[in-house]
Design a protein around this ligand. Structure first.
Ligand SMILES: Cc1cc2nc3c(=O)[nH]c(=O)nc-3n(C[C@H](O)[C@H](O)[C@H](O)COP(=O)(O)O)c2cc1C
Length: 484
């Protein structure tokens, strides 16, 4: 656990298996994003899996019939042609169709399998606590492929450790799903042995690192988590993606962004006292940042944006090129948007023409909720459980008991983030997110149209001179042979 660098888990589809593989191979802890993994697998198979690696991974999936059914349902030899409509996939509910469960288990298996290919080093998988419905299926798939660590933020995932314990022992796992308007949670149980009709092999229990934004949360995990946690990722509000809101009442700056104050400062000395390793994320992506983090007692940093803009990330090249160019010229604007995300968390939005950051693009997009990851379960008037999202059609949202004012300005992150990624989403405008700091680009790009690989990013972060064996500069074992 001596990594100085953990690459951030970036959804949807930004933290790819190639990126995680490369970061782990070069001495960091490479992270995958498991968010919407089912959509990723279905699309990649429909795009023909040109190098055959996904089919190879699936041939290693322990439940053969399931893997075959996924291939029969989604694989298109040679890939789909222009104008082809991708297969519509169902969404998660308390009666999730078997095909979506299988797709989710297989997708998480394939991602971890590919990230671990040809390396001895560990890999990490990232999920969001806010997206609870797929967890039990996702964990199972990732663990079947031997995932080493799991990171999770966007909520307080106290129940995860016990679930990882149960799954590793081949037992059923129950996730208690939060339901709006209800005190009690609703249990969602998955028994892999029953589902696949076979006993599961004993699985390695991955280490668990909750992502936290305060030392109070670190205490909470130490005292209240349902099982062991192996460390923390401490994320600051300058990080890309979702951020924790400031505590209590807070002022806004001229752009309408929240201003964080003294109450939001993290007492790192208190986290040190808990004797768990931790890494700090949010504008720390530099050699000096690593030293600073270590000065605060951390093992190192979690870095996202520097890897999101590298060649191996899953953001479509056309957007990466534009963002790198603007940022290189100090012209990139990133807004901490308080209303964009239907989750209610502040969300960093890259201000880019042609994306839903622009009012005209947002206004011209018909609202539709067809992926449903960010829906909130709520208690219906008939006592059942429904699902609503503040960015779905306003009248539907209101019919489901949502408040009209809560739906204003909400962006559909499911469709927008899928559209920004190589998963692709024809007809949907993208949305892009990034952290506040892009100062690393000046060290990685020679001119505004230049690009760089994740290996270049690792070399920069670890201050390794070009052309040398990066491994000479690493403390980390398990990476003896890789040359950059
Ligand atoms: C494009 C992008 C997407 C992100 N998505 C997620 C996510 O899905 N889950 C998560 O825990 N963190 C997410 N993050 C946060 C990163 O994992 C990481 O903690 C953060 O980017 C660190 O700050 P930095 O960008 O300044 O390096 C995302 C960050 C970026 C840049």
């Amino acid at each position: 656990m001596d990594w100085k660098v953990i690459s951030g888990g970036m959804g949807v589809g930004v933290s790819t298996h190639s990126l995680a593989n490369l970061v782990s191979k070069t001495g960091g802890l490479g992270t995958l994003s498991g968010v919407a993994a089912d959509r990723w697998l279905a699309r990649m198979l429909q795009h023909g899996d040109p190098d055959g690696r996904i089919r190879n991974a699936l041939s290693n999936f322990p439940f053969r019939e399931t893997a075959k059914r996924i291939l029969d349902s989604f694989f298109v030899e040679g890939g789909v042609t222009n104008g082809f409509e991708h297969k519509t996939l169902p969404v998660f509910t308390f009666r999730t169709p078997k095909i979506l469960i299988d797709l989710t288990v297989c997708a998480n298996f394939v991602l971890v399998f590919l990230a671990k290919e040809a390396i001895a080093a560990p890999v990490n998988m990232n999920y969001l606590e806010k997206i609870q419905m797929p967890h039990v299926y996702s964990f199972t798939g990732a663990m079947l492929a031997g995932v080493d660590y799991i990171t999770m933020g966007a909520g307080i995932p106290l129940q995860v450790p016990a679930i990882l314990d149960n799954l590793s022992e081949g037992k059923a796992a129950t996730y208690r799903i939060s339901v709006d308007g209800k005190k009690e949670t609703a249990p969602l149980t998955f028994d892999p042995a029953k589902h696949f009709g076979e006993e599961l092999p004993k699985l390695k229990r991955p280490g668990f690192f909750p992502i936290i934004s305060s030392n109070l949360l670190a205490d909470l995990f130490i005292n209240k988590a349902s099982g062991s946690i192996e460390g923390f990722i401490v994320e600051l509000p300058t990080a890309g993606g979702h951020n924790a809101a400031p505590r209590g009442k807070y002022p806004l700056n001229k752009k309408g962004e929240p201003i964080y104050g003294i109450k939001d400062e993290i007492a790192f000395n208190k986290i040190v006292q808990l004797n768990k390793p931790f890494w700090i994320g949010g504008s720390y992506a530099s050699p000096e940042g690593i030293k600073m983090a270590q000065g605060l007692g951390a093992r190192g940093i979690q870095a996202g944006s520097i890897f999101a803009l590298s060649e191996e990330s899953g953001i479509q090249k056309v957007y990466k090129d534009q963002i790198r160019k603007l940022a290189f010229n100090n012209q990139l604007e990133i807004k901490t948007d308080l209303i964009a995300s239907p989750t209610g968390f502040p969300f960093k939005v890259v201000q880019l023409p042609g994306t839903v950051s622009r009012a005209e693009v947002y206004d011209s997009r018909p609202r539709i909720c067809n992926h449903g990851y960010l829906t909130t379960p709520y208690e219906r008037s008939d006592g059942g459980i429904g699902f609503r999202c503040a960015s779905e059609k306003e009248d539907q949202y209101v019919r489901k008991g949502g408040k009209i004012e809560d739906s204003e300005g909400r962006r559909c992150l499911c469709n927008g983030l899928i559209a920004a990624s190589e998963i692709t989403n024809p007809g949907e405008p993208p949305i892009l997110t990034l952290g506040d700091d892009t100062g690393f680009l000046k060290h990685l790009m020679k001119h505004e149209d230049d690009s760089y690989s994740a290996a270049d990013a690792m070399r920069y972060l670890l201050s390794a001179p070009p052309g040398k064996h990066l491994n000479d500069y690493l403390n980390n074992a398990g990476n003896k042979t890789h040359t950059l």
